[in-house]
Design a protein around this ligand. Structure first.
Ligand code: FAD
Length: 468
């Protein structure tokens, strides 16, 4: 094994493997180190990809059950094969892992399997699964070790009955009931998967709305939609404890009036957030510092307190999103290469893959109010869209927030069919400072869900919507 490189990336998630590819493209002799036997990190193995595979399968099943008959499609007796659904999910993960292996090979990146630990700022020890230890030296390092699920006091994750998304994505049989602590992105996505296939799901959320970090109106609309799917949504409730009773879990919580309540289910899924992962990294052998939340501290160029060590993705401050990690991976390498790259963090979109989907970029209405920034608001319902009526996806709205004087787009918040794809247009508009009136004038293909944005822009710019 080679043991001296220009750039060594620790961790093969979306941040790490993207950084490695960019480094190789720029001519650096590059290695990537991964402690698990599969490349791809959280996103590919136990995050974005498997959850989306199950979200799609469960949505197809749910649509066959609830939408098909009305459209004249009779499927006879519908049956769910839970094991096959999960098997397909594993196949999708496998295909993605092998895609990353291919990219490493194509770019001549050395893959080193093992757990990396700093011995100094230019040397690592790498312990392989068989216990052997090798030393790896490099001019530069990029730490991309990601994050792990976290919990709250009184709730100890035992991976048996009190589980995280990782275990929920690998169940061997369909449960009858599940309680989900946390109504954030992961909580509502997992709730959707299970509710659609007939599991009785309860979400307990501490804040007063679901997806509380996003624009409030999105959370309220999502709550209506999820409730219709049969999910019980409890907001403003504080979980006190979760107890594994063997075959079930009892969760105790305080309701909005501080009365003690309890609920039992087969599983309790803890989805209260994730914490940066730096365990065993040997940071004590370097000058690298952590912030009070345990995240690696970096400057704007993602450099740590060691000049030659960079950190990216979930292990540092910011949104825990795969595409944020990827952008940072490219940025760190380009900084090392002597370039002056830039990331506009305000324009990193956030997406929730429920159905309808939720997608957002820029400021929320609450943030604009808090900052005292004046704004115009244009909001257009999917129920008035021909495309949405045609597909039977009439829930949701597109909402745009724009500057009253110059028409600059300040924020876009969509809950509706294909919102995850539509939001790309908003990111481009905001990056290149297109105005609301310009966006109301350009042609949108008819009928498309994106036309809801056109009308929202027409409202915000004062021209008035054409379709409502
Ligand atoms: P990770 O992907 O966490 O990768 C870190 C890697 O480093 C791991 O493979 C780990 O084994 C390795 N590692 C750690 N320590 C060491 C060490 N000492 N030596 C060697 N290797 C080490 N984000 C989205 O943008 N869209 C989504 O739809 C989405 N869905 C999600 C669904 C779920 C259920 C979850 C849990 C997360 C989801 N995320 C999603 C978040 C996304 O997965 C993360 O933001 C992303 O994976 C972070 O990438 P990363 O490269 O920073 O770290």
């Amino acid at each position: 094994m080679e043991n001296s490189f220009d750039i060594v990336v620790i961790g093969s998630g979306p941040g790490g493997y993207t950084a490695a590819i960019r480094a190789a493209q720029l001519g650096f002799k590059t290695a990537i180190i991964e402690k698990y036997s599969n490349l791809g990190g959280t996103c590919t193995n136990v995050g974005c990809i498997p959850s989306k595979a199950l979200l799609d399968s469960s949505e197809n099943y749910h649509a066959a059950k609830t939408k098909f008959a009305n459209q004249g499609i009779e499927v006879g007796s519908l049956k769910l094969n839970f094991q096959q659904m999960y098997l397909r999910k594993s196949e999708v993960v496998k295909q993605n892992v092998s895609g990353i292996n291919y990219l490493m090979k194509k770019n001549k990146i050395e893959i080193i399997y093992g757990t990396a630990s700093f011995l100094s700022n230019n040397e690592l020890s790498v312990k392989a699964a068989d216990g052997s230890v090798n030393s790896v030296r490099s001019k530069y390092f990029i730490v991309a070790t990601g994050s792990k699920p976290s919990s709250i006091p009184g709730v100890e994750i035992d991976k048996n009955r009190i589980i995280t998304s990782t275990e929920a994505l690998s169940l061997s049989a369909k449960p009858e009931t599940i309680v989900i602590i946390g109504g954030g992105v992961i909580g509502v996505e997992m709730a959707s998967i299970f509710a659609r296939i007939g599991v009785k799901v309860t979400i307990i959320e501490y804040a007063d709305s679901l997806i509380p970090t996003m624009d409030k109106e999105l959370g309220k609309e999502l709550q209506k939609v999820l409730t219709k799917t049969g999910i019980t949504v409890l907001v403003s409730q504080k979980v006190q404890s979760a107890k594994n009773n063997g075959e079930s879990v009892t969760v105790k919580y305080l309701d909005a009036s501080s009365a003690e309540k309890e609920i039992s289910a087969e599983y309790c899924l803890v989805a209260v957030g994730r914490k940066s992962y730096t365990e065993g990294l040997g940071l004590e052998n370097t000058k690298i510092e952590l912030d009070p939340k345990g995240r690696i501290k970096t400057d704007a160029q993602l450099r740590t307190a060691e000049e030659n060590v960079y950190a990216i993705g979930d292990v540092i401050e910011g949104a825990m999103l795969a595409h944020k990690a990827e952008e940072e991976g490219v940025l760190a390498v380009e900084v090392i290469h002597g370039e002056k790259p830039h990331i506009n963090y305000n324009l990193i979109p956030g997406v929730v893959y429920t159905w309808p989907e939720v997608a957002s970029v820029g400021y929320t209405e609450e943030q604009l109010k808090e900052k005292g920034i004046a704004y115009n608001k244009g909001k257009f319902p999917f129920s008035a869209s021909g495309r949405a009526r045609a597909s039977g996806d009439t829930e949701g709205f597109s909402k745009v927030l724009t500057d009253p004087k110059y028409g600059e787009i300040l924020g876009v918040h969509i809950i509706g069919a294909r919102a995850a794809d539509i939001i790309a247009q908003s990111v481009v508009s905001m990056e290149f400072e297109v105005t609301d009136s310009a966006l109301g004038k350009i042609s949108y293909a008819h009928p498309t869900y994106s036309e809801t944005l056109k009308d929202a822009y027409l409202i915000a710019s004062g021209s008035g919507a054409l379709n409502i």
